[in-house]
Design a protein. Structure first.
Length: 208
């Protein structure tokens, strides 16, 4: 979300897609960790958390109310406008935020949104993030959190041995490309505000 410099454009695009698809949109938002992407869009990674927090609240408020309120923030200025086409119902039960750290779990709960996790770290640590999310959600929202969405890669084939072979090849290739693209073991996370968790994880990867 920090790469998109106009929250109103995000809200109107989502509303248009939702109208065209007869309210079948599931909205996923995140902050991103790719240095190549931040540099490409000319956004300082040190500002990513602040941009995300301000933008996410603006977009969600627009989609819930159908209106963009006049806003003068640190990162965005917005005139009051109606959203067209009008959003179709609430998005709170169909908006998910990717989570890879305990800090993000608390933020998602504060926004009242669903949490999505990836199977890229031990399930024990994922379970701890889920616990933090559920407890924080209960505290902030006064109700139980929705089920956590787990993004897990699966290979299906009529032949179990072939499925296993394909999984080893293509899932391994994917993870190698993802590690390279996001520079998961890089030193560039060090000293970047909001990426302390990734700096620590990258250090652990380099030590292996």
């Amino acid at each position: 979300m920090p790469w998109h410099k106009d929250p109103l454009r995000i809200a109107t695009d989502v509303a248009m897609l939702d109208n065209l698809s007869d309210r079948r949109v599931l909205l996923g938002i995140g902050r991103g960790i790719g240095r190549v992407e931040y540099d490409g869009f000319g956004v300082d990674m040190n500002e990513s958390r602040g941009i995300f927090d301000e933008s996410a609240k603006m977009v969600l408020d627009m989609l819930e109310t159908g209106k963009a309120e006049a806003h003068e923030g640190k990162y965005f200025t917005q005139a009051a406008r109606d959203i067209r086409p009008k959003p179709m119902g609430s998005y709170l039960d169909r908006t998910f935020v990717t989570c890879q750290s305990p800090e993000t779990a608390d933020l998602i709960a504060k926004l009242g949104l669903g949490m999505m996790v990836f199977a890229i770290s031990p399930w024990k640590s994922r379970a701890e993030d889920c616990r933090i999310y559920r407890e924080a959600f209960r505290e902030y929202q006064g109700r139980e959190a929705p089920p956590v969405v787990a993004n897990v890669f699966v290979m299906v084939d009529e032949d179990a041995d072939k499925a296993r072979e394909l999984a080893h090849k293509y899932m391994t290739d994917y993870w190698i490309s993802a590690l390279q693209h996001y520079e998961m073991d890089g030193t560039h996370f060090e000293g970047v505000k909001g990426y302390e968790f990734y700096a620590k994880s990258a250090g652990m990867m380099r030590d292996r």
